[in-house]
Design a protein around this ligand. Structure first.
Ligand SMILES: [Zn+2]
Length: 449
């Protein structure tokens, strides 16, 4: 007997995009091609209707809320290795972002290719269980700890690709360019040597090789690490290459006040202005400013129709500060979310903290709301379509005809949701919950959890 070509999924509730409008519907029937995973149609079936057209298998998820798979726009997978390890005062006192960075570098320099693979695989597997179906991996471990190239200069990038492939996670490999330890430095610190290619030519040759591997499961972006680590002329070179090939550009921006002070001393401008002047905001894809915390009024004007990636659990962990998400939205930037250091892997918590940090700052409620005054859809959008746009994959992060069936099911019988009206389940999860009740995860039409 041959397998039916299409599979249809239904559930009590789903957040789907119909006629371009994202909305909560009851008992939808989402049909997708079993081979490609592409959604063929979305129709609203009546309760108890189990008849299926010939050549279609119906899978009923029961008492569940079906949501688009979440898109994690910023991760450093290997940093999961120091989860829980930097919370006791040690030789670096007072404890700060910079002393945390020293601890992180120590681990970064112990990993061989198999170690990079093992750490990344564990991290990506955890992401999948948490409903993340696509990750932007901001990858900067490129060479051996002393800076020597491996026989294949893309050895470690290939280990990241292998890890994503093995667990079935979509990957946007954000290849990092790193050249120096700071504004006045000629090169890297010894512990930063493995991040560095030595020239933009060598780096772009690696990027081009990786671009040739692109598939629906793998895309590539250009990631100048920060204004600390990249000189202005190099930035312009990277921007020109990314823009010519339609690649997304991501960079750490204004995470720490010291970075701003050093940038002002070197350039007489803010980091964001330096990225803008280098052409990073002029490409066909949006520029993604990761963190963008310590920004000026003129910075806020720069990112209209561009992206800000907030990573609230990491920003809280490192004492970075609060992303001014409401101000960014008012100025026309789209917000995405990242698990960044992966100390916590839970985009539901990232989304909730985005709103809660604004409440603490403004001493007000419902800070990030849509035209109807609702907060939960804004937070869901940050965790889904916002990330998809940041990674240059606008077809992801939505359950819509033509998009792949990347989805997660929330178990409405989970103890944290028992007694919650189904119509309020999205609010209960995103404003009072975690990723805990996620019970099933699908990528490209294949069940992965
Ligand atoms: Zn980062």
């Amino acid at each position: 007997m041959t397998q039916p070509a299409a599979l249809a999924v239904t559930a009590k509730l789903a957040w789907v995009t119909l006629d371009g409008v994202a909305q909560l519907v009851s008992r939808p029937r989402i049909r997708f091609d079993r081979e490609s995973g592409q959604i063929l149609s979305i129709s609203l079936a009546s309760e108890g209707d189990s008849a299926t057209p010939e050549g279609e298998l119906l899978h009923d998820l029961g008492h569940a809320l079906l949501l688009p798979g979440m898109v994690n726009a910023h991760s450093h997978a290997f940093q999961r290795a120091i989860r829980g390890a930097t919370h006791t005062l040690g030789p670096h006192s007072p404890s700060s972002f910079w002393s945390w960075r020293s601890a992180m570098y120590e681990v970064a320099n112990t990993l061989d290719p198999e170690g990079v693979y093992a750490q990344t695989r564990a991290c990506f597997a955890e992401m999948l269980t948490r409903g993340i179906t696509c990750v932007g991996e901001f990858h900067y471990l490129h060479h051996a700890p002393d800076g020597t190239r491996y026989a294949d200069p893309n050895e470690l990038s290939r280990q990241v690709i292998r890890a994503a492939d093995d667990v079935g996670l979509r990957l946007c490999l954000l290849e990092v360019y790193y050249a120096r330890s700071g504004a006045q430095a000629k090169g890297p610190l010894p512990e930063q040597r493995r991040f560095c290619d030595g020239s933009t030519d060598a780096y772009l040759a690696r990027v081009d090789e990786l671009r040739a591997l692109a598939s629906p499961m793998l895309s590539v972006g250009v990631a100048p690490h920060s204004v600390r680590a990249v000189a202005a002329d190099e930035l312009a070179r990277l921007a020109a290459h990314a823009n010519a090939h339609g690649l997304p550009i991501h960079a750490h921006v204004s995470e720490q006040p010291l970075e701003n002070q050093q940038c002002q001393a070197e350039h007489g401008r803010t980091p964001l202005q330096v990225f803008a002047d280098a052409g990073c905001l002029a490409g066909p894809r949006a520029f993604t400013a990761v963190h963008a915390i310590h920004v000026t009024a003129s910075d806020l004007e720069l990112l209209r129709n561009q992206q800000v990636c907030a990573c609230p659990t990491t920003e809280a962990d490192l004492g970075d500060g609060i992303v001014p998400a409401a101000a960014w939205r008012e100025h026309g930037a789209t917000i995405s979310l990242g698990s960044d250091s992966n100390a916590v892997i839970d985009l539901v918590q990232e989304a909730r903290l985005l709103e809660m940090h604004e409440r603490l700052r403004q001493q007000a409620r419902l800070c990030l709301r849509d035209d109807q005054g609702r907060v939960a859809p804004v937070l869901l959008a940050a965790a889904t379509t916002g990330g998809a746009q940041a990674l240059g994959r606008p077809e992801l992060g939505r359950l819509a005809v033509g998009s792949p069936f990347d989805a997660l099911a929330i178990d409405l019988d989970h103890p944290t949701l028992r007694g919650v009206d189904g119509q309020l389940a999205l609010d209960a999860v995103f404003l009072a919950g975690t990723a805990e009740p996620i019970s099933q995860v699908w990528v490209a039409g294949r069940r992965r959890r």
